[in-house]
Design a protein around this ligand. Sequence first.
Ligand code: NAD
Length: 476
Amino acid sequence: MAEKHPIAVAHGDGIGPEIMAATLKILKAANAPLEIHEVEIGEKVYLKGDKAGIEPKTWDVLRSTKAFLKAPITTPQGGGFKSLNVTVRTSFGLYANVRPCVSYHPFIQTKHPKMDVVIIRENEEDLYCGVEYRQTDDVYQSLKLISSSGTEKIVRFAFEYAQAHGRKKVTCFTKDNILKLADGEFHKVFELIAKEYPNIEAEHWIVDIGAAKLAESPEIFDVLVLPNLYGDILSDVAAQITGSVGLAGSANIGEHGAMFEAIHGSAPKRAGQDVANPSALLLGSLMMLDYLGETPIAKTIHNAWLKTIEDGIHTYDIFKEGTSKKPVGTAAFADAVIERLGQTPSQLQPAEAQKSPMNLTHRAHVTTTNEKKDLDGYDIFVEWKKDVDTLQKLVDPVQTPNVKLSMIANRGVKMWPNPHKETSTVDQWRLRFKMKSEKELPKLIEKLMDHLRIVHVEALYRYNNVPGYTLAQDEQ
Ligand code: NAD
């Protein structure tokens, strides 16, 4: 009897319990050697009074098991507890989110019969840090954080994944024409790491045209490496154009553990009706078996699943008159997969016998720099509801020979000196002061506070003489 792998399992919200039951039934029928430790996270825990949506004892179970199989969780919109998916990914350092999106033509209708894309989404940074502030009556701020070290980890993982899985090309999407520092760094690190993998083609696209190309000709892409937000959005697009968002599984890999799930959410409208497609969670669980070293069982289940798809036994989301043969619900789909254990598809490419490694993080080696930093000044953000000339007159007397106001900006546009009359403004203003010593700052703040409400202060440094801040639109 093979030793069992301890795994944590959360049944989730909405359609979660139904697709998890179907997935576990298939794993059991295939004799996957798993020892299941059930945990509860999400809406139910929150409603019981735990405001984080995850109990302290659950963290202990997650720490003591080798992997976490998680059904989708409902995340309240606009308020309530933070996304527990994001909490688990970031708290456990599960930095690499692997999302294969594959067409099953001609058995599942799609406009893209040759699509076979793996999206590698960065999981720990970007806007998903969830660092947000209300600064004024009018203005809300969310911080997009990108680090060189975080980018290096994910980009390296993407190239390692491509190498280990016999892939030919890695493509990076960023918006570095606009976000010159944050996305600029992601792009720069990508180009740098790509040089270490001369056998793999590396290319970069601006995310807007890249997304359009992905939606129109996904077959030209192979492995994609994306910052968190673009990766989240584009993996749903990529999964949906294969035929259904219910077809794509997701692995979250880190140095201290891994979590496996469907890419889709809890689809509350479909809950409790035995209609949801369990394929995404099942395919996620097969990546888990690969991760645990149980590749032969993963392949057996994968082939039975492909044969079920080939036999036209389809849930509502992929059922089409003509191509499909038998409409089924969640439980009956699982039974059809179980009946086919031991069979292989005749037309679709069978799952390959070789290992498909998921645990690639031991190769990550992260470099950090320690550059020379020279102060240029500070941006001080204040609330102000009147015009810029009055603000400038108010601020003018706080200047000294060592502290000079160089610009006033509103939402990234220079408003003083020489504003465009047409620019619209909000009640948050940025005062850019040039100074060479940080000791000037407390005195300046004290003087400003006599007249204004300060909502944020940001330092302006040059790193090895390269400005670590952007100019406002139209600033010289
Ligand atoms: P969703 O992915 O849950 O569902 C959108 C639609 O896609 C559904 O109405 C349904 O028509 C279809 N769909 C999704 N999964 C399906 C499946 N397995 N079979 C058949 N059809 C399927 O997106 P949503 O409605 O925007 O989000 C619902 C909740 O899920 C939200 O609270 C959201 O925050 C959460 N969510 C959780 C995760 C996660 O746990 N990893 C991921 C995304 C969204």
